[in-house]
Design a binder for this molecule. Structure first.
Ligand SMILES: Cc1ncc(COP(=O)(O)O)c(C=O)c1O
Length: 406
């Protein structure tokens, strides 16, 4: 047994990775805490959305808004089965329509663009900054047209975008053209992250988190939409379960009632209490897991000093979740193969949206419009960074990367 975050014990049965030099790209940090919560959910006999989900939403709001000025009655977290679902319902909540345009970075997972296409709306791609790999805020204004309804900043790897700049751009548009541009943040990587001291989740109109298997809080599959706008929260809540007018998960219980009305053409995007049970246990240790990731990032960055390897840069006014640790090197493909042969899992984030055949052919993106994203894509490699990675494993990784990179 070893000691984990306060109040938890890590059973030695789990970190079998430590025994071999096969290091996966990611391994969820699961301890007896998660096991106990899930058993509790199973024993209750109620597996779909229920009391664990209600509790997870409440505690998630408490966590995101804990040092903000937002009053308790304006803190809304709506649990969903993925961040993709959260982004979809966020765009539905702001009333996105066919022909509207939404600006987002080309350096993102396809889900960010895909949800825009659900409406017959157009994903307008923005090139990225060389340093943060986030959307280049100096290029946003040039992409705005009379049809722009939203911007989706993606906090790449956990490092927040320059939100003040983005808020300014949207605000200026409101003043000069009376055109509201909504900010729907893709925070799939950004739990917990801060921009100028403010938690990600407290800034834009709606913020969407992911609890996918590799994310900084993992429930297997899951997501959360966070907002301070009651109307948006209500719409997302209604649409996550078929457009039904009230929370009907308890309609089969004695507290509930079978009567309900369908008031929108909704979706089946609710989560389950089994996933929420994992979420409750993971949330307790999310800051501790962030500390472990930061320690690994610091170890990596120290090891790459004085080499040709470019480590990630975190801007002074931001704090990252360290979901990803992305290095840049000119021999990325060779490095990836050599690490793989040595039992080290690595990955690439992301193949830019404009390079995917469906998107290129449907929207006619021009590769030459995204020079920075293209360069960054060719050089980037994401190294393993997860709370259970031991110092020995991290040192082995840096030794191999130094040996092969450049
Ligand atoms: C930037 C980004 N946005 C959205 C998503 C979608 O998240 P989910 O798998 O929870 O739908 C991901 C998932 O990897 C992502 O990396």
């Amino acid at each position: 047994m070893s000691t984990g975050p306060a109040g938890s014990v890590v059973p030695t049965a789990f970190p079998e990775v430590a025994k071999s030099m096969d290091i996966p790209f990611h391994k969820a940090y699961i301890t007896v805490d998660e096991v106990a919560e899930v058993i509790d959910a199973i024993k209750s006999g109620w597996f779909t959305m229920g009391p664990k989900t209600v509790e997870f939403e409440r505690r998630f709001s408490d966590f995101i808004f804990r040092d903000s000025a937002v009053s308790e009655d304006k803190r809304f977290s709506v649990s969903l089965n993925s961040a993709t679902a959260a982004l979809h319902l966020a765009l539905k909540a702001i009333g996105l329509k066919a022909g509207d345009e939404v600006i987002l970075p080309t350096n993102t997972f396809i889900a960010t663009a895909e949800v825009v296409t659900y409406f017959g709306a157009v994903p307008v791609l923005c090139d990225i900054e060389e340093v943060t790999h986030n959307m280049d805020v100096s290029k946003i204004e040039g992409l705005i047209t009379g049809r722009t309804r939203a911007i989706i900043p993606v906090h790449f790897g956990g490092q927040p975008c320059d939100m003040d700049e983005i808020l300014d751009i949207a605000g200026r548009r409101m003043q000069t053209h009376d055109q509201k541009i909504h900010l729907i943040e893709d925070a799939a990587h950004a739990l917990p992250s801060r921009y100028k001291g403010r938690m990600i989740g407290t800034i834009g109109d709606i913020t969407c988190f992911s609890f996918y298997a590799t994310k900084t809080l993992c429930t297997g599959e899951g997501g959360m939409a966070v907002t301070t706008n009651q109307e948006y929260a209500k719409k997302i809540r209604t649409n996550r379960l078929h457009g039904i007018s009230k929370d009907v998960w308890n309609r089969y219980t004695l507290e509930g009632d079978w009567r309900y009305e369908v008031v929108d053409n909704g979706n089946k995007y609710n989560t389950t209490d089994l996933n929420s049970a994992l979420g409750l246990a993971q949330l307790q240790k999310v800051l501790w897991m962030n500390d472990r990731r930061r320690e690994i990032a610091e170890l990596y960055t120290r090891a790459f000093e004085g080499t040709g390897i470019i480590p990630p840069t975190v801007m002074d006014d931001r704090e990252t979740s360290w979901h990803l640790y992305v290095i840049k090197t000119d021999n990325r493909d060779e490095l990836y193969e050599k690490l793989r042969a040595d039992g080290i899992g690595a990955s690439v984030h992301f193949i830019p949206v404009h390079k995917h055949p469906y998107y290129r052919e449907t929207y006619g993106y021009n590769d030459a419009d995204y020079p920075v994203a293209n360069r960054v894509f060719g050089q980037s490699l994401s190294l393993p960074i997860f709370p259970g990675l031991t110092a020995g494993e991290a040192e082995y990784i840096t030794e191999r990367v130094r040996r092969y990179a450049g």
